[in-house]
Design a protein around this ligand. Sequence first.
Ligand code: SF4
Length: 503
Amino acid sequence: MNYISEKVPPVREDRLKACNAFGGSCCELARKGKKGCLNGVKRTFAQTQGCQLNLSLAILNTIRNAVIVVHGPIGCGGGSLSMAGVNKGFQKLRDPNAKGVIWLNTNLDDNDVVNGGEEKLRQAVLYAEREFRPEAIIVVNSCVPAIIGDDIDSILEDLQKQVNAKIVPVHCEGFKTKIMASAYDSVYHGILRNLVDRPEEEEKVVYEDELEVIKEKYRKSRTVNILNVSSMSRQDEEELIRLVKALGLEVRIYPCYASPDDFAYVGEAALNVSICATHDDYFVEHIKEKYGIPFVLRSIPIGIKNTNQWIMDIASFFGLEEKANKLIEVETKELKEALEPFKEQLKGKRVFLGGGEIRILSTAELLQSMGMEVIGLKGYHYDRFAEPLLDMIENNENIVFNVATGQPFEQANLLNRLKPDLYIGHIGTNGYTAKQGFPIFPLFGQSSIYMGYQGAYEIVRKIARVLRNPSFNRNFVGNSKLPYRDEWYEQNPFTYIDDSAAL
Ligand code: SF4
């Protein structure tokens, strides 16, 4: 994989042939995915969904000592308002002197659509440099400048000669993709081209025999980069650091909450460790190509099985299998004992999970191991990285899988039929699901722990608490409703998914 010479990264529909619309069983999804029949499935009716610019901001807003310039109308990036205070708090957990998010918007209006927004971008970047003296100015490009043809790369190249901050263009225009996860590639593309790969640095020639020497040096360095793209809380980070340090290794965390200058050290590690292939394949593949640094990408450390595998994958690279086996044995024994008292209460409870494909599948595996019945899953998209996890799910021929970013109407219909005892999803989705009277539990939150052994315990403990008394949400029924007519609930939830044009 090498897209770094391109100014703009490809979207996931093209790069991974990812699917964004499907309704059927897990088995059918796996079968069609393996045959390559899912790319190009469309909806004949669709509701709105998150755009990749907003997901890009969720990652970029965490970066310390940087200014974010959103090049677009004032509404683009407005979601940062809700994150501003929170992000400052989470930055301070990593750096007491952190200043929180500083962001500007170029406020493009009707006149700019006719005359171009380039001058406003120029002024915003110069203002950011003058006023804040940041280490980096990250320019996030939205739909409008892309449609009217603002040549942001040329402007920023020119501005780079006038400012000290490293300028990082991020091409994450929402209209370009229906796979919101393309944002991860857009952000990593900007980082790889401008923070890891400084443009002014010369390409180092690496001869074949020297490469072996370098690989050996990296192997001895005992340092791993763990990648967090805003799906890991500080407590998650601490748990994973605890486990990796127990193997005798050192840890650095990128890209969230790092500062721009930290990226200069990305290449000084023996191994890149992802917690989720949906997040990181673009980054780790490029770093391997550039620096010869291998990576671990197979599993997300949620649940006992996946955490064990994640630790073992890291340990195997360093030849530390024996140490890892001991660690896994001790941790697993302690965790299983701690989880035992919850089993009776959770046994047979029917659960539906919605969110990123890798995260919902690994969480589902944990809940099945507690005796819960997984009855449905809604993944934001589906690609080859989910296949092994799908195989790990028991009884998957009877579990419904809906591939949809957004599309609450499909989920509302589906939940109305399945009537789960518990819904697990992200914040916005949980809000409208609660209106249907279902108890909810957050799939992820920045203030909680989900990963590793401690995370598995906390997920189970908190779910047990939610299910102990779900009457608050049950009482929403009759007092609040979603905006769909009764006729919609009588139709097939996947009525508007059209696979006639699928590849
Ligand atoms: S879809 Fe386009 S216009 Fe809408 S918020 Fe995203 S970048 Fe802005």
